[in-house]
Design a binder for this molecule. Sequence first.
Ligand code: ATP
Length: 377
Amino acid sequence: MSMNGKKLIELRGITKSFDGEVVLDNISLDIYEDEFITLLGPSGCGKTTTLRIIGGFESPDSGDVFFDGVRINDTPPYKRHINTVFQRYALFPHLNVYENIAFGLRVAKVKDDGEISRRVREMLEMVNLKGFERRHVTTLSGGQQQRVAIARALINKPRVLLLDEPLGALDLKLRKDMQNELKNMQKRTGITFIYVTHDQEEALSMSDTVVVMNGGSIMQIGTPTDIYNEPKNAYVADFIGESNIVDGVMLDDFSVKMSGQTFVCVDKGFGKDTPVDVVVRPEDVDVVSPESGMLRGKVTSVTFKGVHYEVIVDIGGFKWMIQTTDYVAPDAVIGIDIEPDAIHIMNKSEYSGMFGDYSSFSDELDALSENSEEEED
Ligand code: ATP
C-alpha cells in the first residue's frame, strides 16, 4: 500500500497556463502502485487540470509525466492504462446497465460473450448492483448511476482510476456510504485511485496519501494523520479542519511563548527566539478553572454542535475556538491548558496572518445579522 509500493506515476516540474494565467506552477508528485491518493484544495487550485494531465486530456506547457518509468507526455489517453470517473456519470442513456458496463470490454475488442458476461457480473457484485443488469440507467438513482460508472471504468482493469469529485452530486448520507465502498474497492482491486475533492473530511477519511493544493502549487503531501497533526504552514492548518493559529516565539527547543506564557512543546530545531506560528486544534484545548489555567479569558459565545460545544473565548484580545463536551456558560471566565503534544509549531510563511483568530468571522456574522435585522425593518 501507498509509499511502500512501487512508483507508478511521476510528475516532474509540471507547469500549465490558460490564457496567460498560471494554473499549475512547477508541480512534482510521485504516485505509487496500489495507492489511494487524493488531490485536495479549494475550487480553482488546479486539481482537475493535474488529473487531466495524468489522463492525457491536457498537455503540460513544461515538465514531464512518467508512467512506469517511461515518459508519456505524447501518449494519447486511450493508450494510457488509465480510466476516469467524472462527477457527472456520463453513462449511455440508451443502453441498460449490462451494456454500459460491458462497453469498456467491447471497445477493447473482447469478443467472447461468456467472458464479457462473467466480468460484468463480477463488477456488478463489486459495486453492489447484482440483479440490475437489465435496468435502464435512466431509472437509477444518482448513487446507483455512479456505481455503474465506476464498474464501467474498472472492468478492463486499468492500472489507474482517476476520480474527479465522483460523489459531488450525492447527498451526505449516500456520500459517506460510497466513500467506504470506494475505499474497499480500491483495496480489493489494488488499482491506484487518484481522487479529486475539495472536501477535507472526505480526503482524510479515504486516502493513503493527501496532496494539499493551493493556487497551482502543492502545499503538503502526507498521510491524513500527518496532514492533520503536522500541517506544514498556516494555509494547510486552516484548510484541514479548524485551528487556532497564534503568533509565538520559540524560546529554545521544546519551549514556546504565546499570549504572554511559556508552554512546553515537543518541537525543536527552530533556533532561539524565532518567531513562529503556533497551531492548536480546538478539540485539544482543555477547559479548566481560571485559577489553574495557563491562560485565562472570557467566553464570548457558546454554540451547541451536537457532539460538542463550540466555545469562543477572548484571551488578551485573541479569540480562541475551543471544542468541549462540557457545558461552559456564555460570559464565564475560564482557564485553558494545552498539552505539549497538542502544540504544533510552524515556521512563519507567506500565509501567516491570513488566518488569525475567530473574531473576524464572528464580526462578519454580526454584520450579517445586523443587515438582516435592517431588512426586517
Ligand atoms: P474545481 O474544483 O472548481 O474544478 P480545480 O482545483 O479542479 O477546481 P481546475 O479545474 O484545475 O481547478 O482549474 C484551475 C484554473 O484553470 C481555473 O481558474 C480554471 O478556470 C482554469 N481552467 C481550467 N481549464 C481551463 C481551460 N480549458 N481553459 C481556460 N481556463 C481553464
